[in-house]
Write a protein that binds this ligand. Structure first.
Ligand SMILES: Nc1ncnc2c1ncn2[C@@H]1O[C@H](COP(=O)(O)OP(=O)(O)O)[C@@H](O)[C@H]1O
Ligand SMILES: [Mg+2]
Length: 191
């Protein structure tokens, strides 16, 4: 969706108003989960299989913003929804470091789902084969070209799209071997 710079579209919430005013132009609109609750690790239970899939996904995209302090998870009609992936793939702010950064381990000791015994091994077995070159290529093809234009060090938008695939494809295959879940007793840090 696209809206004019500076417009708050009659939004009553001041915080949302400020965000809208700063977000003129093309925006990505996701589903609004009306009545969703913020995830509370003391009030909600997550089984090890689901916790493993979330931790594995966060490891893939190197999301550092899913801690118990700031879960960025909503509960809606009994299901867990992942939101706010703004602190992921930090390397796409400095592409020269992307290959080295994408090869790094993922420390999940602070992850909000670490105490639920995430079964990262099972998650990797189920999810890693789905993250194919074809899938990644298809997904990055959906990113509007204007968001990828003028990236320093690249020969055009197609090159930037390829860089995401090159960084994420090998990470999907092996990241489960490099996830740390210290002190949680979780079945995570094994092959
Ligand atoms: N898709 C959504 N549906 C309903 N509420 C949402 C949705 N996305 C975010 N929110 C609400 O807005 C809050 C802040 O959203 P978030 O995306 O985490 O932004 P930030 O952390 O950058 O402020 C969430 O905790 C939630 O209460
Ligand atoms: Mg947030």
């Amino acid at each position: 969706m696209s809206w004019p710079a500076g417009s708050a579209c009659g939004e009553p919430d001041e915080r949302v108003q400020a965000l809208l005013k700063a977000s003129g132009g093309l925006n990505l609109g996701m589903e609004f989960l009306s009545g969703a609750l913020g995830f509370d690790p003391l009030a909600h239970r997550v089984d090890p299989a689901e916790a493993g899939r979330v931790v594995w996904f966060d490891a893939l995209i190197n999301n550092v913003d899913r801690s118990w302090r700031n879960p960025n998870l909503l509960v809606w009609h009994g299901d867990l929804w992942l939101i706010d992936h703004g602190a992921s793939m930090i390397w796409h702010h400095n592409w020269r470091t992307a290959q080295t950064a994408a090869a790094k381990p993922y420390d999940a000791s602070d992850h909000v789902l670490a105490p639920f015994g995430p079964d990262v091994t099972a998650a990797a077995a189920a999810l890693a084969p789905l993250v194919t070159e074809e899938l990644l290529t298809e997904v990055v093809a959906e990113v509007p070209a204007e968001w990828l234009a003028d990236e320093p060090g690249f020969d055009g938008v197609a090159d930037v799209r390829r860089a995401y695939v090159t960084a994420l494809l090998p990470r999907a295959k092996t990241i489960h071997e490099r996830i740390t879940l210290r002190g949680t007793g979780a079945k995570g840090a094994t092959k």
